[in-house]
Design a protein. Structure first.
Length: 86
């Protein structure tokens, strides 16, 4: 749970997840157009989400396509639902 909570602990990451949840996948360049932050900062946020397992990236040179990792997203939802029922 801590791994997922850490990844969800920044508003930009929440916004990225919202964007990705509305579509099957998205290219990193498209995300840059949506967010008023530097590409390097976006890359750091995407790395955090990927390291937590909430998104997955696939290289389609010269771009990277990002998608929600549906299996881990479902697991995270279950963990948080169970925890919040305490």
């Amino acid at each position: 749970m801590a791994r997922y909570a850490k990844a969800l602990g920044h508003p930009v990451r929440i916004y990225v997840l919202e964007l990705l949840s509305r579509q099957n996948c998205c290219y990193s360049g498209d995300l840059t157009d949506e967010l008023p932050i530097a590409k390097s900062t976006l890359s750091q946020h995407l790395k955090e989400l990927k390291d937590a397992g909430l998104i997955q990236g696939e290289i389609e040179a010269p771009r990277i396509k990002y998608c929600i990792n549906k299996e881990n997203w479902k697991e995270a939802q279950g963990i948080f639902k169970q925890f919040l029922k305490l």
